[in-house]
Write a protein of this length. Structure first.
Length: 123
């Protein structure tokens, strides 16, 4: 699996399309806990994490790591900035951090995008 992380609107999807020869139809966008693991690329993993937190589940435990092998995974980095005062938002941020740490450990490559520029962290 190839894992791409970066802030919102930093060019992660465009870079993934170019780097991995993906088209718009290759992407599945997480909106809840249901994931299409047959997609070539899965984006907005932070939204999957939020749905899990709202259901009282740990996203790192709910993800199917075996099914996501060979895919491109993309997540917005929500770990920067001021720690949220809202308990749900804080729990989401912490659970997302644990989840993305696990994904990074499982991934073959990890790339961080900032201003459209890739920084290879692993692989």
């Amino acid at each position: 699996m190839d894992f791409i992380i970066g802030g919102a609107y930093q060019g992660k999807r465009a870079w993934a399309k170019q780097t991995y020869a993906l088209s718009d139809s290759d992407f599945f966008t997480c909106e809840g806990r249901t994931v299409d693991y047959s997609a070539r690329a899965i984006c907005h993993l932070e939204r999957f994490a939020l749905a899990c937190v709202r259901a009282g589940l740990e996203p790192a435990d709910e993800w199917d790591y075996a099914a996501s092998r060979g895919q491109v995974l993309i997540a917005d980095d929500i770990s920067c900035g001021v720690v949220p005062m809202n308990p749900e938002t804080r729990a989401w941020r912490e659970a997302t951090g644990r989840f993305l740490t696990r994904l990074a450990g499982e991934a073959d490559t990890v790339t961080r995008l900032f201003c459209g520029l890739p920084l290879r962290l692993r692989g």
